[in-house]
Design a protein around this ligand. Structure first.
Ligand code: PHB
Length: 389
């Protein structure tokens, strides 16, 4: 019925019906570029699974088009990300690119997206300034200033005033370091030292030793999803918990993907983050149960939610544009989307194309033999606070 009236309208406008029908019938291709191998492979595994779950739950059609996801592995290498993005746009004719496990990968596709006028949905990377680098970027993950400022406020309120920061030495780590420090100073606290560890496969031991020597009230940590188990192990081995130094941080430190492997050291660790698998909403309970059932018991983490919501944002935009799907129209239809995610309510800011969301303060607790990030406080509707280079 709908199709017939659309065809009639098209004919009345003098358009070529066979041409139009063909364009409508063609699948809508999404190029999903993720680290499926290398140090950030857990991010690829989580997002890939979430994208598949979204399509299995919502069907593989939107705006009258069949959705086809083409997955390619960039191994977390930005030169690869850029080359794959180009190939997918030129050869495979993808209408959207998405994924990007780390900041350098997202930054590498910015100029490609701008030139080809193809939306690029950031499902993982979290450095503040990425979205400002192309008008075709839209973000469904989070930003470090969102979590680090929330953590600084909590620390100061809870008498953790002398703090050492320990961050991964690249975009999101530097954002975390700066926004945590600025807010802690405002709150009357003090940063006693700023340590930076290499981005991939870091050995935390010497840095943790340094933290121990500085004897702060707490160490604030940002590391990308992946090496959290190693950090936790070395934290205990170096005796920081014995020395009474609290571990606080961005929620990647108690990553739901590996939290159960961390053992007792993780219990009591407080972090600020946008997603916990223990988030007590009906939407999240349903999401976690479905994700685990489809993936041999793997627990979804924040990367999965970034991927799941990214698919929602893309499919909703395709629906709103009635399957036409030009780059500009899709981005326009992504702006201002407001919906309930498994993490809680989220908004794609119409001005910045960045995500606005609640940031929770959580403590690791053991419940029924498993470790969970249990949310106990919330900072509502947090926008990113830094956009400069
Ligand atoms: C990033 O590179 O932006 C990034 C990667 C993993 C995280 C957070 C940020 O967990």
């Amino acid at each position: 019925m709908q199709r017939r009236s659309f065809a009639a309208a098209a004919l009345a406008l003098g358009a070529s019906l066979p041409g139009l029908a063909r364009a409508q019938a063609e699948p809508f291709k999404i190029g999903l570029i993720l680290p499926m191998t290398g140090p950030f492979a857990s991010t690829g595994r989580q997002i890939d699974a979430a994208v598949k779950l979204y399509l299995s739950e919502h069907g593989d059609k939107a705006g009258g088009r069949k959705i086809e996801v083409l997955l390619r592995d960039d191994a977390g290498r930005p030169d690869q990300t850029r080359q794959i993005a180009q190939e997918m746009i030129v050869n495979d004719k993808v209408a959207v690119i998405a994924g990007f496990g780390i900041t350098p990968s997202a930054l590498a596709v910015g100029p490609v997206a701008t030139q080809a006028r193809v939306p690029a949905v950031i499902m993982a990377a979290a450095t503040s300034n990425i979205v400002s680098k192309s008008p075709f970027f839209v973000r469904t993950s989070y930003t470090l200033p969102q979590t680090a400022t929330t953590m600084a406020d909590w620390a100061a309120k809870n008498k953790l005033k002398k703090i050492v920061t320990l961050v991964s030495d690249y975009g999101p780590g530097l954002d975390a370091e700066k926004s945590f420090r600025d807010r802690l100073l405002l709150d009357g606290g003090q940063v006693m030292g700023q340590l930076r560890v290499p981005m991939a496969n870091p050995d935390f031991a010497p840095y943790l030793q340094k933290v121990r020597d500085l004897a702060p009230d707490a160490v604030f940590v940002f590391i990308p999803s992946g090496p959290a188990v190693a950090l936790m192990k070395q934290f205990t081995e170096r005796g920081l918990d014995q020395a009474g130094i609290k571990l606080i941080g961005d929620g990647g430190v108690t990553d739901d993907d590996t939290l159960n492997e961390m053992g007792n050291t993780a219990v009591g660790v407080v972090t600020a983050f946008h997603y916990s698998a223990a988030h007590p909403s009906a939407t999240n309970r349903k999401f976690v149960a479905a994700f685990m059932a489809a993936n041999k018991g793997m627990r979804p983490n924040f990367m999965a939610v970034g991927g799941y919501d990214g698919m929602r944002v893309i499919c909703t935009a395709l629906e709103a544009t009635h399957g036409k799907g030009t780059g500009e129209a899709l981005v326009a239809a992504m702006k201002g989307q407001l919906f309930e995610s498994p993490r809680g309510p989220v908004l794609i800011d119409a001005q910045t194309r960045d995500i606005v969301q609640d940031i929770y303060v959580r403590r690791v607790e053991r419940r029924d033999g498993q470790l969970w990030n249990v949310e106990f406080d919330v900072n509502k509707g947090v926008k990113d606070s830094v956009k400069a280079d």
